[in-house]
Design a protein around this ligand. Sequence first.
Ligand SMILES: Cc1cc2nc3c(=O)[nH]c(=O)nc-3n(C[C@H](O)[C@H](O)[C@H](O)COP(=O)(O)OP(=O)(O)OC[C@H]3O[C@@H](n4cnc5c(N)ncnc54)[C@H](O)[C@@H]3O)c2cc1C
Length: 355
Amino acid sequence: MNYDIAIIGLGPAGCTLARLLSPSFKVIALDTKLQTEDEGFHKPCGGLLVDDAQRSFVRQNLNLPADILTDPQIFSVKTYDLQTKLIRNYQRSYVSFDRHKFDLWLKSLIPSKVTILHNTLCKEVRRIIDGYQITYIDENKTEHNITTQYVVGADGANSLVRRMRYPQHTIRQYVAIQQWFTDLHPNPFNSCIFDNESTNCYAWSISKDGYFIFGGSFPKKIANEKFEQLKEKLATQGFIFGKPLKTEKCLVVYPNRFGDFHTGNENIFLIGEAAGFISASSLEGISYALDSAEILSKILNSGNPNPNKCYYQRTIPLRLKLYSKIVKAKLLTTPLWRKLIMKSKVQYIEQYWIT
Ligand SMILES: Cc1cc2nc3c(=O)[nH]c(=O)nc-3n(C[C@H](O)[C@H](O)[C@H](O)COP(=O)(O)OP(=O)(O)OC[C@H]3O[C@@H](n4cnc5c(N)ncnc54)[C@H](O)[C@@H]3O)c2cc1C
């Protein structure tokens, strides 16, 4: 074998695993992103770090550098229900950051002993005796093969590792669309929008560094049409869009059943969104990417003789928590339940207006 471990994808999950693995392993990590701030693939993201992700950073003894943060830091989310016309303000302790800078920073923390191939696409993962053969295309468009004992699929929502090795384990995927506008609102705000006529998931807006980012997650075939329809509706609710400066699109996993989560087998491991680890109620996924990578690193570092079984078992609490998010999502996207929750005014903060 050329390597002990091959990590496919260096988002938060892959970077965290590469950082936490013992230096005794020979590790290679492949990632399609470029190492520059402006060019190449940028992951569409709200760039909000929730409490759970902040907790993972505490555990991993990491602090967020200030140059990754964005302005302003907003402590509430205005929730709109377009069916009942209810609007509620809920407190949230999110840290707002620039997602691409965040990814590059996480990559910069990977020890130099790990071989990193940037701008490299993994094309195939093939079973061979005692391990796997990985075929990849490097930045010069040349094809190469390497062999490895373990493969880690950290390649996100449209994971090639999951699709190739577990084609029977499909998972519900939606299309996330985000558009960037110059922020013309008198007061920057973050919002969460429910509109069952547009999607049975949800939409959001975020004010960041002078931009107003509007996004939503929609069933694949009708995504563009529903996104535009929702914008038209919100324009009548005080949202100011103007001319889009940038449009981003990507697949996002939207888990629906406990069986949607898949941790891998036969020396293949899935971590982060590739495993289906993302909250169905908020589409928050960074905390699960960090946590699943940390769990796997501990198992591999300990030399456990049955790492797949152990990873499956130790992610049970994480998967149960994610299942509770599926239940929460079903409640929040059901108009009657949502109305009752919002009408109850639980955790609602009334805003103070100077007249
Ligand atoms: C629009 C949107 C907004 C979101 N907002 C938030 C938010 O505010 N807060 C939050 O916590 N979560 C948010 N999420 C979820 C979060 O972005 C993901 O759950 C998280 O990025 C998952 O991390 P990951 O490392 O598993 O995968 P990813 O971050 O998707 O990383 C996968 C990496 O693998 C690489 N890759 C993919 N295929 C290959 C291949 N074949 N070969 C080589 N490399 C490959 C990609 O380039 C990428 O770098 C959002 C998601 C979307 C879609």
